[in-house]
Design a protein around this ligand. Structure first.
Ligand code: EPZ
Length: 415
């Protein structure tokens, strides 16, 4: 197993480029299954998750070429759809092929996506929406089989603004008969990026980014070119790296309005954040003010930045409260931060962080990609050496994190 060796104490200085957004690229790659024309998708981050999604497509008979962050995909020879257990277990987001395959082929067999270290990851809202569109879905022994002659447009109200359910239903509705309206839809920027990609293929969708998305069914597609938006979660992670090391970093290509909930909280914690032509500059300060953070669906504070901001607040001058409202088990990083000297108490969905003056390096374990990133950030500020193990979790979602941090002056290496 590979690991990061981080020696704390260096201030991050300079500028760094943000990669394309993993959570936009994954649904967009899945969406290319709808079309029998060629799709060229650029700014795709080279991650184990994007490679897994491309492997899922290849096993379905899709022609895939991936080089220099650019994917050329042609799904003209799609085979009968079966998404095997190995890949579904490897990456829950494989479930995003359900909507496009059901819409294109009318029959999909796939294993149930496993839970993961941040809690149970059901897909009941995905299935409820697809059933409302006329799909017959049987679930047994960890497998599901979905069938539909022709999906029908309908009105769907999501009990929770689930990102994946919104995306799966959007993609299923593109070839459906008539119009589909999704209410209480997720509003993340990645949903808007998926809408823009689908419309570039010839779909007719509007409203992404608002809570109501309207999809009018179409019959065919054109070849499409699309550039994936920058990764707001990676940008937030690098911003917190600048903050925790009291550095001065320009995060190039980061989109300010995708990061407003994070910027607001970092400013509350005392950081100076400046919007520049090329991106966002973060200037760390000697003192980190304690703050209260509640994770919520976009435009609330993103759950994917919760572990990272907790690492920062472990060094705040006072007591902070972090409430995790999106996932039911996303505090696995707390024990690891405690091993570095953080003073954190967890009561259910609430973590109480009593800031300390210093953290000390330790051997810690990445339990999921954002928790792992948080441990790297803590290691940048800790006294001594931190060894972050199980970094394959981190590499699922961060393209060359250690290279980017080393470019900014961090003492970090992979071994
Ligand atoms: C997406 O996951 C992201 N992944 C996650 O990022 C992100 O944390 C999450 O959205 C929330 O923003 C991708 O986009 C590939 P949800 P997703 O459906 O779609 C419950 C990362 O670190 N729920 O919005 O799985 C669910 O259990 C990853 O990059 C149901 O109950 O998230 C959770 O508590 C981690 N039934 C909540 O909703 C359903 O059918 C949010 O899930 C679906 C979801």
């Amino acid at each position: 197993m590979q690991r990061y060796i981080v020696t704390g104490g260096a201030r991050l200085e300079g500028s760094v480029d943000v990669s394309g957004a993993k959570n936009a690229a994954l649904p967009i790659l899945a969406a290319s299954l709808l079309s029998d024309k060629t799709c060229v998708i650029s700014n795709v981050p080279i991650l184990s998750d994007t490679r897994t999604m491309l492997e899922v497509l290849k096993r379905l008979g899709v022609e895939v070429n991936f080089e220099n962050n650019r994917c050329t995909i042609n799904s003209v020879n799609l085979k009968p759809a079966k998404v095997d257990e190995e890949l579904m277990r490897k990456m829950r987001a494989s479930s995003l092929v359900l909507g496009p395959l059901l819409s294109r082929l009318g029959h999909v067999r796939m294993s149930y996506p496993g839970g993961c270290s941040i809690g149970s990851r059901p897909i009941d809202l995905h299935l409820k929406g697809l059933r409302k569109m006329g799909a017959r879905i049987e679930e047994r022994h960890g497998y599901l089989e979905a069938k539909a002659n022709k999906l029908k447009g309908t009105e769907i109200y999501l009990d929770f603004p689930s990102v994946g359910a919104t995306e799966n239903i959007m993609m299923a509705a593109v070839l459906a008969e008539g119009t589909t309206i999704i209410r209480n839809a997720a509003r993340e920027p990645e949903i808007i990026d998926l809408q823009n990609f689908l419309n570039s293929m010839g779909a007719k969708i509007e409203g992404a980014g608002s809570g109501v998305i309207v999809i009018t069914g179409v019959n065919g597609f054109v070849s499409a070119e699309h550039r994936v938006i920058p990764d707001r979660i990676e940008a937030a992670t690098l911003m917190i790296g600048a903050a925790i090391t009291k550095g001065n970093v320009l995060i190039k290509d980061a989109v300010y309005n995708h990061l407003e909930p994070v910027i607001a909280k970092l400013q509350e914690a005392g950081l100076e954040i400046i919007q520049e032509k090329e991106g966002i500059r973060v200037i760390g300060k000697e003192k980190i003010y304690p703050i209260d953070v509640k994770t919520l669906p976009y435009p609330g504070f993103p759950t994917d930045v919760q572990p990272q901001i907790m690492a920062l607040l472990a060094l705040a001058d006072g007591t902070s409260i972090v409430t995790e409202n999106v996932f039911d088990g996303r505090f696995k990083h707390v024990n690891e931060l405690r091993r570095m000297g953080a003073n954190i108490q967890v009561e259910g969905r609430v973590a109480i962080i009593k800031g300390t003056s210093r953290l000390t390096g330790a051997i810690v374990e990445a339990t999921d990609l954002r928790a792992g990133a948080a441990l790297v950030l803590a290691g940048l500020a800790a006294e001594g050496v931190t060894v972050v193990e199980e970094i394959e979790h981190i590499e699922r979602g961060y393209e060359g994190l250690e290279v980017k941090l080393a470019t900014l002056g961090a003492q970090i290496k992979k071994e």
